[in-house]
Design a binder for this molecule. Structure first.
Ligand SMILES: [Zn+2]
Length: 173
């Protein structure tokens, strides 16, 4: 179940990258100016972040249902307070640093992944999960590999760097 979640999350991030890259191509061709890029990127990435939140919510419910042997419903989590403002600021910072295909892909990847990671943290908190451990994605960096295996309190936030594809696995009992 957790392996499936980590894989699905990577798929979501790749789709976010592709959609953002398409917006970048329109900017690069001169079809969009900077402000239009910001507005369109915000619309597209907001949706990808919302999908990340929904994925985390459903995956946590599925994990708990399977572990407990009884149905646990999703929490209907939403994006956190101030998400739109932070997203817009991050897009503007990316534009200010000079847009490249790579910087746009990194932005899309990190925004969609962190939305899901933060939602999973919030979900575990609401479900009263006692502890969790980090699940590495296949391309995990050295720092994340060092952190793997640690058991953290249920309400502890997960360290995640830009583009980190790690996920949390609840530890029950
Ligand atoms: Zn990581």
């Amino acid at each position: 179940m957790s392996t499936r979640y980590v894989e699905t999350l990577v798929t979501l991030a790749v789709m976010a990258e592709l959609k953002a890259a398409a917006v970048f191509a329109r900017w690069e061709s001169g079809e969009l100016d900077d402000e239009e890029f910001v507005a369109l990127a915000e619309t597209i990435l907001w949706r990808e972040c919302a999908r990340g939140v929904a994925l985390a919510d459903v995956s946590l419910a599925a994990f708990l249902s399977a572990s407990l042997g009884s149905t646990v419903l999703p929490l209907a989590l939403g994006l956190p307070e101030g998400h739109t403002r932070r997203l817009r600021a991050n897009i503007r910072a990316t534009v200010a640093a000079g847009l490249t295909g790579e910087s746009v892909r990194v932005l899309a990847r990190s925004e969609s992944l962190s939305a899901a990671q933060d939602a999973y943290t919030e979900g575990m908190r609401q479900q009263g999960i006692p502890a969790w451990t980090r699940v590495l994605n296949s391309g995990a960096c050295e720092l994340c590999r060092d952190l793997a295996g640690d058991v953290l309190p249920g309400d502890a936030e997960m360290y995640h760097h830009k583009g980190c594809g790690c996920t949390q696995r609840p530890i029950l009992n």
